[in-house]
Design a protein around this ligand. Structure first.
Ligand SMILES: [Ca+2]
Length: 298
């Protein structure tokens, strides 16, 4: 009798554990689909390479039904003494491949995500619309991209500014000096910052690139932008101009995506979780356990 009383709760606990594992597996399956772009890992002046405090290694973006996400892989910490510039999104590149002309056409957004930089954003962190009477600022330590290129090349590095564009194309687009922060803009909405562990739960994996010491990201609401397919080109510079990285992408209607997964880790999660079997295997285990319990019940 005592054995039966002990065995049944044990069986129920095992079934509960398996069901929890299925739920966990389902959450993991809700990870976002990330699109990655690798930047040169040898163009973060003044020292070059993986140990350079200014080196940027790449970026990524993802989307779900409600939000757009960006993530950065670099050695530049957020809020540090070597600030990031603002992140620019241009929806008019293919019609007019000049960032200054796109500003004049009202097709430029800027995301202010580093509170320590010298951006002209006046309403805190967030997404800003830039209008023709707004401005772009140059804050780099070097005089122009020609000087920057020479410094990288003389040190044996390779220059990439926007992945998918050649050096000439990207620097023609960015202008002779690059554009690091907005001079002014009109805030459209807030952003949410994410630490690396939160992005990992969202499926981010920069292992295809050299990993920097600083991985973080932000999201903003898809509804801040027009609906439909939106082709864009985006870039971000270190405020010092020590490195630039960017990528090309397309936002799709939010209706094309599943709802957002919950990126906030639960404090109750096992700090040393065991590997979770595939859902099909778990379901087979549940069926077997239920059958076992049924046969054993008086
Ligand atoms: Ca770089």
């Amino acid at each position: 009798m005592m054995t039966q009383l002990l065995t049944k709760p044990l069986q129920l606990a095992t079934v509960s554990a398996v069901l929890w594992a299925i739920a966990t597996s389902a959450t993991q399956a809700a990870s976002l689909t990330w699109n990655y772009a690798a930047d040169s890992s040898s163009d973060g002046i003044s020292t070059l390479g993986v140990s350079s405090e200014s080196e940027m290694f790449g970026l990524a973006y993802a989307q779900d039904s409600e939000n757009i996400y960006f993530a950065f892989n670099s050695n530049l910490s957020l809020g540090g003494t070597n600030p990031w510039g603002d992140f620019f999104l241009n929806f008019n590149y293919w019609q007019n491949p000049s960032i200054d002309s796109s500003l004049a056409n009202g097709n430029l957004l800027a995301v202010h995500f580093d509170a320590e930089n010298s951006s002209g954003a006046t309403e805190g962190l967030g997404v800003y619309q830039l209008n023709p009477n707004d401005s772009l600022l140059f804050t780099a330590d070097w005089a122009n991209y020609d000087q920057y290129n020479q410094q990288v090349w003389q040190s044996g590095g390779q220059v990439t500014n926007i992945t998918g564009l050649g050096i000439g194309e990207s620097q023609n687009y960015l202008g002779a000096y690059g554009r690091s922060v907005m001079g002014s803009g009109t805030k459209l909405g807030d952003i949410q910052l994410f630490e690396q562990n939160q992005l990992t739960l969202l499926g981010l994996d920069f292992s295809g690139q050299p990993l920097g010491s600083s991985i973080f990201g932000f999201s903003f609401a898809r509804s801040l932008l027009p609906d439909g397919n939106l082709d864009w080109i985006g870039h971000v510079m270190a405020q010092s101009g020590a490195d630039t990285m960017g990528m090309i992408g397309q936002f799709q209607p939010g209706s094309a995506f599943p709802p957002p997964p919950n990126p906030t880790p639960s404090p109750d999660l096992d700090p040393d979780p065991q590997p979770v079997p595939e859902p099909s295997v778990l379901m087979a285990m549940v069926v077997a356990l239920v059958g076992f319990c049924t046969r054993k019940s008086p």
